[in-house]
Write a protein that binds this ligand. Structure first.
Ligand code: FES
Length: 106
């Protein structure tokens, strides 16, 4: 199973987990107990509470946000050029080793 590393907003805590292929990063974060990735809408891309930062080294492999995702993120705070919504990204074998940062609380 691909390994995912979540880094807390303050950079103090790192958690690496294995995640099944095919679930979303939002589900993987919730399974890993990353409370700040709430996923309130269940992955419908309307709440923005699964906002996460992709490590710049992984940006090209993960890819740009799609239009609906971009529109939802307009209501999120602390959006950066490496922001994505975790419910829009599927865990895949080629993402083994992916590093994600949790945004500061809105
Ligand atoms: S879970 Fe609501 S936008 Fe991702």
């Amino acid at each position: 199973m691909p390994k995912l590393t979540f880094i807390s907003a303050d950079g103090e805590t790192t958690k690496t987990v294995e995640s099944p292929v095919g679930i979303t990063l939002m589900e993987a974060a919730r399974n890993a107990g990353i409370d700040s990735v709430a996923g309130d809408c269940g992955g419908a891309c309307i709440c923005g509470t699964c906002h996460i930062y992709i490590d710049p080294a992984w940006w090209e492999k993960v890819g740009e946000p799609i239009d609906i995702e971009q529109a939802t993120m307009e209501f999120s705070e602390n959006v950066t050029p490496h922001s994505r919504l975790a419910c829009r990204i599927e865990v895949a074998a080629e993402l083994d080793g992916l590093v994600l940062r949790v945004p500061p609380e809105d």
